[in-house]
Design a protein around this ligand. Structure first.
Ligand code: S3P
Length: 461
C-alpha cells in the first residue's frame, strides 16, 4: 500500500557548494602500551539505512546510537530534501518523521553526499523508484567512483539518467520511475550498495524484485526492511551466494532502531592493541554479524590474542565485547571468498600483516580499487613509504612481514578515511613515527577517533 502524504514542515536547506579542501596532516608515534575500554561509534551502514527507512515509513522512527559522521549527516540532509523531517534530539539520538513510500518530493537543490558512496548509491535506489528528478554530487573522491553498476539496473526498472559525467560518474541527474518494473537481477560484483539500491527502488514496484548475489554481501538492508514490516526472503544460492526476494509496496511501519558499534571502526583500536607492546584493550558492543566479521576471523588465524566476551543481542544484531592484548602475529593466506565480509578492513589488515612474521597474501581485492580511493594502490604505496616489503600480483596484495616496521614515511591518503586511520595505527607501533598527509576525512566515519585513541594512550601530533 502506498502511504498518504503527511503535512510535516519540511526543512529545505540546500547544501552550498563545498569550500576548498584544506588538508590537515597528522603523525602517530610509539608511546607505550594502550590500555582501557572503548566503544566505537555507531555502524555506518546501519546508520545510513535507518535514516532512509525512516524517510520511507510514515510516522516517527527513533534512532539511538546513530553515527554522527559527515557521511551519515549528508544522508540525513538528503532525507530532509526528499520530504522527511529529521531532528537530532541528543547525542546519537535522532528522530525521522517519514514522508512515506511513493510520496517523496523533488529536491530543490543538488543532493551533495560529500565522500559517501553508501549514501549516494542507496539514495539513487530510492529516487530511482519514485517519479522525481534529483541530481547527485560529491567530493573529488566520490566523483571518481563508478555509478554505472547502480544506474544500469535502475534503468531496467524504468529510471532514466538525464545527465552524468564521463563514464557514469557524478554529478548524475536521475529521473526515477513512479512505477518501477519488478526485475530479477544477478549482481556482477558482490556489493551491498548495489543490492540495496535495487531493493530500495523495488520497494515502490507493484511486483516482486529479486536480487541474486554470487557472494553474499552485508545484509543490513534485508534485515531492516523486514524489521520495518516489508515482506522479504533471503535464501542460500550456490556455494556462497544469496537470493533475495522483496514484495513491492509494503506498508512500512516506523520502528525504533538501535545502532550497534561499527566493526569497521572497531578494527583500528583492535589492531592497535594487538601491535603495541604491553597493550590490553576492551572494545565494547562490537557487531558480530557473520557478514562483517572477516577481519576478526583473519586476525585469529594470525594468532591474535583476542577474547570474545559477553555475546548478546543489541538492536537485532549479535554483539560482543572483545579483549585484545599485544602479541606476535604470523602471516596467513586470506581467501578471496572472505572479501565481502571484510571489504573495508583490508587497509588495517595490511598494517597488521606488516608487523606479522612471514608472508600474508590477501586474495581477490579488485573491489578495493573503487573505494574512497584506489585502496590497493594507496595501501601498497603507504607500506612502501613506511619501509614494508609488499607487492600487488593481479588482484592480490602480498605483504612480507618481519615483525618490525621501520616507519618514518609520509603516507598519501587520497581523501580516504580508512587509509588515514590505518597508517596512524601503524605509527603507534613502528620504530619511527608515521605521518599522513591529511586527517580530515576521518570525520566521515569515526569523528571521535583521535580523542578515543588518545584516551587509550595513543600519541598523535
Ligand atoms: C557498504 C557496502 C560496502 C562497503 C561500504 C559500506 C554498505 O561497499 O565498502 O563501506 O553500507 O552497503 P560495496 O557495496 O561497494 O562493497
Amino acid at each position: 500500500m502506498v502511504g498518504a502524504r503527511r503535512s510535516f514542515i519540511r526543512e529545505t536547506t540546500i547544501v552550498a557548494s563545498a569550500p576548498p579542501h584544506v588538508p590537515r596532516p597528522l603523525a602517530a608515534r610509539r608511546a607505550g602500551a594502550l590500555r582501557g575500554r572503548l566503544r566505537p561509534p555507531g555502524d555506518k551502514s546501519i546508520s545510513h539505512r535507518s535514516l532512509i527507512l525512516g524517510l520511507l515509513a510514515i510516522g516517527e522512527t527513533s534512532i539511538t546510537g546513530l553515527l554522527e559522521g559527515d557521511d551519515v549527516l549528508r544522508t540525513a540532509e538528503a532525507c530532509r530534501m526528499l520530504g522527511a523531517r529529521v531532528d537530532r534530539l541528543g547525542p546519537g539520538q535522532w528522530r525521522v518523521l517519514g514522508a512515506g513510500l511513493g510520496t517523496l518530493v523533488e529536491p530543490r537543490g543538488t543532493l551533495d553526499f560529500g565522500n559517501a558512496g553508501t549514501g549516494t548509491r542507496l539514495m539513487m535506489g530510492v529516487v530511482g523508484g519514485h517519479g522525481i528528478t534529483a541530481t547527485f554530487d560529491g567530493d573529488a573522491s566520490l566523483r571518481k567512483r563508478p555509478m554505472r553498476r547502480i544506474l544500469d539496473p535502475l534503468a531496467l526498472m524504468g529510471a532514466r539518467v538525464l545527465s552524468e559525467a564521463e563514464g557514469g560518474r557524478l554529478p548524475v541527474t536521475l529521473r526515477g520511475s513512479s512505477e518501477p518494473a519488478p526485475i530479477e537481477y544477478r549482481t556482477p560484483v558482490p556489493s551491498a550498495q548495489l543490492k540495496s539500491a535495487i531493493l530500495l527502488a523495488g520497494l515502490n514496484s507493484p511486483g516482486r524484485t529479486t536480487v541474486i548475489e554470487t557472494e553474499a554481501s552485508r545484509d543490513h538492508t534485508e534485515k531492516m526492511l523486514a524489521w520495518f514490516g516489508a515482506s522479504i526472503t533471503s535464501e542460500p544460492d550456490g556455494a556462497h551466494g544469496r537470493k533475495i526476494v522483496l514484495a513491492g509496496r509494503p506498508d512500512l511501519r516506523p520502528r525504533p532502531v538501535v545502532v550497534p558499534a561499527d566493526p569497521s571502526s572497531a578494527a583500528f583500536p583492535l589492531v592497535a592493541a594487538l601491535l603495541t607492546p604491553g597493550s590490553d584493550v576492551v572494545i565494547e558492543g562490537l557487531m558480530m554479524n557473520p557478514l562483517r566479521v572477516g577481519l576478526l576471523e583473519s586476525l585469529l588465524e594470525m594468532g591474535a590474542d583476542i577474547e570474545i566476551l559477553d555475546r548478546r543481542m543489541e538492536g537485532g544484531e549479535d554483539v560482543a565485547d572483545l579483549r585484545a592484548r599485544h602479541c606476535q602475529l604470523k602471516g596467513v593466506d586470506v581467501p578471496a571468498a572472505r572479501a565481502p565480509a571484510m571489504i573495508d578492513e583490508y587497509p588495517i589488515l595490511a598494517v597488521a600483516a606488516s608487523f606479522a612474521k612471514g608472508e600474508t597474501r590477501m586474495r581477490g581485492l579488485s573491489e578495493l580499487r573503487v573505494k574512497e580511493s584506489d585502496r590497493l594502490m594507496a595501501v601498497s604505496d603507504g607500506l612502501n613509504a613506511a619501509g614494508v616489503e609488499n607487492f600487488i600480483e593481479g588482484d592480490d596484495l602480498v605483504v612480507r612481514g618481519t615483525g618490525v616496521v621501520p616507519g618514518g614515511g609520509m603516507v598519501a591518503t587520497h581523501l580516504d578515511h580508512r587509509i588515514a586511520m590505518s597508517f596512524l595505527v601503524m605509527g603507534l607501533a613502528s620504530q619511527k613515527p608515521v605521518s599522513i598527509d591529511d586527517s580530515t576525512m576521518i570525520a566521515t566515519s569515526f569523528p571521535t577517533f583521535r580523542p578515543a585513541m588518545e584516551a587509550l594512550g595513543a600519541q598523535f601530533g
